[in-house]
Design a protein around this ligand. Sequence first.
Ligand SMILES: *Cc1c(COP(=O)(O)O)cnc(C)c1O
Length: 226
Amino acid sequence: MTLRERIDQVETRIQNAAARAGRSRESITLIAVTKKFSAEVVREAYDLGMRVFGENYVQEFSTKQPELADLSEAHFHLIGHLQSNKSRMATQLFQTIQTVDSVRLAQRLQEACVEGNSTLNVMIEVKLSVEEAKFGATPEQLAELKDAIQACPNLKLDGLMTMPPWSDNPEETRPYFRKLATLADQFGLMQLSMGMSHDLEAAIEEGATHVRIGTALFGPRPKPLA
Ligand SMILES: *Cc1c(COP(=O)(O)O)cnc(C)c1O
């Protein structure tokens, strides 16, 4: 299948799920997850109409970004864990960081934005399964973290993101999606980044505003060269 056909297929899935949930297609942003793929693949997707991209690694994206600087309508979201010592580089590369999970990281990002005279959209990564998730703020930490981010003048808090424990059965991840939606509602946050290639329907039915799709668009990720 070509990339064009895969994009059409994902688009149809999103539209069908939105229709089932009584939601508008416009309320959902498709994030093309391009980690491990080359800058040429990002460009190809851009030329086919993709505008929002998700990358996991600051270092990896810093090598691709110079080749993509002319894609004037592209937005890049960091969806992988961010170490605070890479905060400055991250603020230079990404328009949105979805994985803020500590007050300390928020403060580092704020400082980096002040230095660079920039602003940044952020989401809080929430860990809903304490046993299985490595990163993310717990629901108990959310109130404090939200207040800390909202006290940072250069950061704009958009919503919540989560990465549920892996299951190939979307019905097993649905309760996590529902829980994230409940938390966002409770904290007055509008955006919900949840749902990947195999469970985007469940995520959209539970209120996702951003779905992060890699494999269904680009196929299996290339293995690193030795
Ligand atoms: C890789 C990744 C995705 C995309 O996963 P697919 O199953 O390939 O669609 C989404 N979100 C995060 C945080 C990822 O790391």
